[in-house]
Design a protein around this ligand. Structure first.
Ligand code: DPP
Ligand code: ZN
Length: 879
């Protein structure tokens, strides 16, 4: 397999004005007839080129140009293309292919999932359906005819509007769908199955009534309410915040069990992983409800940021994904708690994306090359891409950003464009120069900011010295400085101080001038603030204004001041994390020296003060109580000794529970819910704090507390509380553990999504022997390696969220992962490659672990028939 480069991009030699497809869905095979209206692209400089179409795993049945059947000598096929050497300038190409959806385990193209036909075409799945110009800059108007047995497949769907339906004499139904909006093939979708729909309507700002339907299996009809509400909220929000109205009379969502990703934004026919659309209190946790809301909104928002304006090529993937993640994050913030949402997103970025940036697969938000595009649906493209858009928002301010997005949509509606076009629109609308800022799209790696502060009491001046540098990444060294929006405030005893920045006008200031966005653009820069009557505590990178690693030599008392007094929720939380890291560092050093470490009183004291503060958002408080995650700590300490980290962290947690026993107990009782379950911010916050308290209290090993957990498990009516109780019973090896696991399974064996949570709880347990447990669960009748949700719940949870067991010193965890990758390599390359990622990070670990991890990578590399997906990750990792 070889790489494809952005610099080699050229426009397509042909365009497809119209695409007509006819699907004859069968139980053995499916026949696809296509009729493409083609013409030479006037923008192409090759006026005599033959026609090369993409196609993979297709049986070609016939081929005709303008009604004349082609003989075999007139075309040639390779594994991934069909070439017709001589074609007119304008013509109609008819092609028939046979495919086998029932045998398609890759879940790419057309496949079957629990009795229904469905498609997944992004990024390059359409070529597994028929020969086509399967690239996003070829946009075409689709008309789709579907023929299928009327009894087995009463629901037949595709994009756009249904224009015809009839019952044929042979017992089949024939429907026709027409989508008036030209679109690339990756947005094509087809669904056929025995489905039921929950229906509603939405009236747009201009009075258009849109029919909304969520199609599910009969048994799931009671789990669609939340997704429907989220959809309507998202439609309204996009009108209000971005001025974007929906553009068709129908919007359909279909839930599918077997799905590689979360969901897919096909034009007017979104297809969803059941895990991202179904929700009800009895089966779904609060996090699950929030995920449904976020993903429904994300896919809906793609209708403008992705579909109406799409990507020119896959190197521009973040154009639609980064922007859309930013949009859905702002939406979720508006629907719930903005600070909580921000902290959750930053946590994910700092553990997962920073790790990616530091590993062998590091790539810029706009990559220069790839071997397999499926490997680039990454946290860098999505989450760092969203941070890049957020920084533009911060630099421009909300009004100019809106002007920029309006201009972007207006200029490029119906086009396939680039990240550069997005930046150009933002510049044109705002008048701001983003030339240096563009480096965020080009450079991989996480920039580091080294900041120091000094106070001159005589002059009343405070000077911040800011140095930036970005580490080398594969193929990129000696990087130039980036344009970093650095949001700051200076805290005095009585609150944030007025900022007078010498010699530089800051352009984003709050009304009372206590917060400011500094433009960090050089390798080293100084910012001098004057008229300061006292030495301030700097509050830096407020709201996480840029995706960087910040280093500032805070004293402990300064961190505690931030924790208890800062007005920026993110900085308060982050100060807690920093103090937690100091504790962890000290605890690990003591352990190394064979000594006992005792948690510092100032830390537990600060947390006690927070627990006593009734005005604090409970969800925030819950997050502040949690020590830095093992995943984040693995980004902080080098090399990563997972066992030392785990044991030190567990000891500190227990000490914290001892120090805070009384307030935690009170909090646990105070947060009991009297109201019936609702997935609103207030209740979610309360449950989160309650269950965080319970998790701590359980570490005390007190029978009275264990009793409370057992009661909560047995009696709670919602999955959030039930699962939290189960988790703590499992993690603490409670005497009721086995029985609880068994009764949970019996209660929920008919609900695959709940059983996935059951797998997850067991796979994440740090108890010794978990690997053996996971292996035996793979033989459980509820497990199925062909279902990606189950693979994620059991195998990926073990390898990603269970560091101590995955990194067992005998290397058995690594061998287990390699075995699973090898098993999935042929059946589902995307999932295999995704699963493989933890092994690729081998360089972070101590020598002995490195060797074992590398050995497993080499074992995978030696496998015959490696998929492109797996090959790319393994080969880049071992070298
Ligand atoms: N484009 C999908 C999404 O992120 C994933 N393929 O919404
Ligand atoms: Zn997306």
């Amino acid at each position: 397999p070889s790489a494809i480069f952005l610099k080699d991009y050229s426009v397509p030699a042909f365009l497809i004005d119209a695409t007509e497809l006819r699907f004859e869905l069968g139980e053995e095979a499916t026949t696809v007839h296509s009729c493409l209206t083609l013409r030479r692209n006037p923008a192409s400089d090759n006026a005599t080129a033959g026609l090369t179409l993409h196609g993979a795993e297709l049986e070609l049945l016939s081929l005709a140009i303008d009604g004349n059947t082609l003989s075999e000598s007139q075309w040639s096929v390779s594994e991934e293309t069909l070439c017709i050497a001589e074609v007119p300038d304008q013509f109609e190409l008819r092609c028939s292919t046979r495919i086998y959806p029932q045998k398609n385990t890759s879940l790419e193209g057309l496949y079957k999932s629990s009795g229904m036909f469905c498609t997944q075409c992004e990024a390059e799945g359409f070529r597994k359906i028929t020969y086509y110009l399967d690239r996003p800059d070829v946009m075409s108007v689709f008309t789709v005819e579907i023929l299928a047995d009327a009894n087995t497949y009463p629901v037949l769907l595709s994009n756009g509007n249904r224009t015809d339906v009839e019952t044929l004499e042979d017992g089949r139904t024939r429907v026709v769908w027409h989508d008036p909006f030209p679109k690339p093939a990756y947005l094509f979708a087809l669904v056929a199955g025995d489905l039921q729909a929950v229906e509603d309507t939405f009236t747009t700002c201009n009075g258009r009534v849109v029919e909304l339907k969520i199609y599910v299996e009969q048994k799931d009809l009671d789990k669609c309410e939340h997704a429907m509400l989220s959809l309507k909220n998202a439609m309204r929000w996009d009108e209000q915040v971005y001025g974007r109205e929906y553009d068709l009379d129908i919007f359909n969502i279909v839930a599918v069990d077997d799905f590689n990703m979360g969901a897919m934004e096909n034009k007017s026919l979104n297809i969803f992983n059941t895990s991202c659309v179904l929700a009800k209190p009895e089966t779904t946790t609060d996090a699950g409800f929030q995920r449904v809301e976020g993903v429904v909104a994300h896919e809906y928002f793609h209708n403008w940021s992705g579909n109406r304006v799409t990507c020119r090529d896959w190197f521009q993937l973040s154009l639609k994904e980064g922007f859309t993640v930013f949009r859905d994050a702002e939406f979720s913030a508006d629907m719930g708690s903005p600070t909580v949402k921000r902290v959750e997103d930053v946590s994910l970025l700092r553990s997962t994306q920073f790790a990616e940036d530091a590993g062998p697969m590091a790539h810029p938000v706009r990559p220069d090359s790839f071997i397999e595009i499926s490997n680039f649906y990454t946290v860098t493209i999505y989450e760092k891409g969203a941070e890049v858009v957020r920084m533009i928002h911060t630099l421009l301010g909300p009004e100019l950003f809106r002007k920029g997005s309006d201009l972007y949509f207006e200029r490029h509606d119906g086009q396939a464009v680039t990240c550069e076009d997005f930046v150009l629109a933002m510049e044109a609308a705002s008048g701001m120069d983003l030339s240096q800022f563009r480096r965020w799209y080009e450079l991989a790696g996480t920039p580091e900011l080294d900041v120091s502060g000094s106070y001159d009491a005589e002059q009343g001046r405070y000077t911040l010295t800011v140095k930036q540098h970005c580490p080398d990444t594969p193929g990129q060294t000696n990087k130039p400085p980036l344009h970093i929006p650095f949001s700051v405030a200076l805290l005095g005893e009585a609150g944030a101080l007025r900022l007078n920045l010498q010699g530089q006008e800051a352009d984003s200031e709050t009304a009372d001038n206590t917060e400011m966005v500094l433009h960090v653009t050089e390798a080293q820069q100084q910012f001098v603030f004057s008229e300061l009557p006292e030495e301030p505590v700097p509050s830096l990178l407020r709201g996480f204004s840029a995706p960087v690693k910040l280093h500032f030599p805070y004293r402990r008392d300064q961190l505690i001041a931030l924790i208890t007094r800062d007005t920026d929720g993110f900085c308060r939380w982050d100060a807690c994390q920093q103090l937690g890291i100091l504790e962890m560092t000290a605890a690990m050093e003591s352990a190394k020296a064979g000594a006992d470490y005792q948690l510092s009183a100032d830390f537990s004291g600060a947390l006690a003060q927070l627990l006593a503060d009734d005005s604090l958002d409970k969800a925030m408080l819950a997050m502040m109580l949690v020590l830095p995650s093992e995943a984040y700590l693995a980004e902080v300490f080098k090399p990563v000794d997972v066992h030392a980290i785990h044991h030190a962290r567990e000891r500190l947690r227990r000490q914290l529970a001892e120090a805070l026993r009384e307030p935690l107990l009170q909090t646990y009782e105070r947060c009991q819910d009297a109201q019936p379950y609702q997935a609103n911010a207030e209740q979610i916050a309360r449950r989160s704090l309650k269950n965080t308290s319970l998790a701590y209290l359980m570490l005390l090993g007190e029978e009275g507390i264990a009793q409370k957990a057992r009661e909560q498990f047995a009696e709670s009516q919602n999955m959030t509380d039930r699962l939290a109780a189960l988790t703590t019973l499992v993690n603490n090896e409670d005497s009721a553990k086995a029985e609880a696991l068994m009764s949970f399974y019996q209660d929920w064996q008919h609900e695959p999504l709940v059983i996935n949570q059951w797998f997850q709880v067991q796979a994440a347990s740090s108890a010794p022997g978990t690997l053996e447990k996971v292996k035996s669960l793979m033989n459980h009748p509820a497990f199925d390696i062909r279902n990606p949700n189950k693979v994620r719940a059991l195998i990926a949870t073990f390898c990603v969220q269970n560091a101590v067991n995955f990194h067992r010193e005998d290397g058995a965890g690594y061998a287990f992962l390699a075995d699973q990758v090898i098993a999935l390599n042929r059946s589902n390359p995307q999932i295999a490659s995704r699963l493989l990622q933890p092994l690729s990070k081998w360089r972070k670990y101590p020598e002995a672990a490195q060797q074992k991890m590398q050995a497993e990578l080499k074992r995978i590399l030696a496998e015959p028939d490696l998929s492109r997906d797996v090959y790319e990750v393994v080969s880049k990792s071992v070298s």
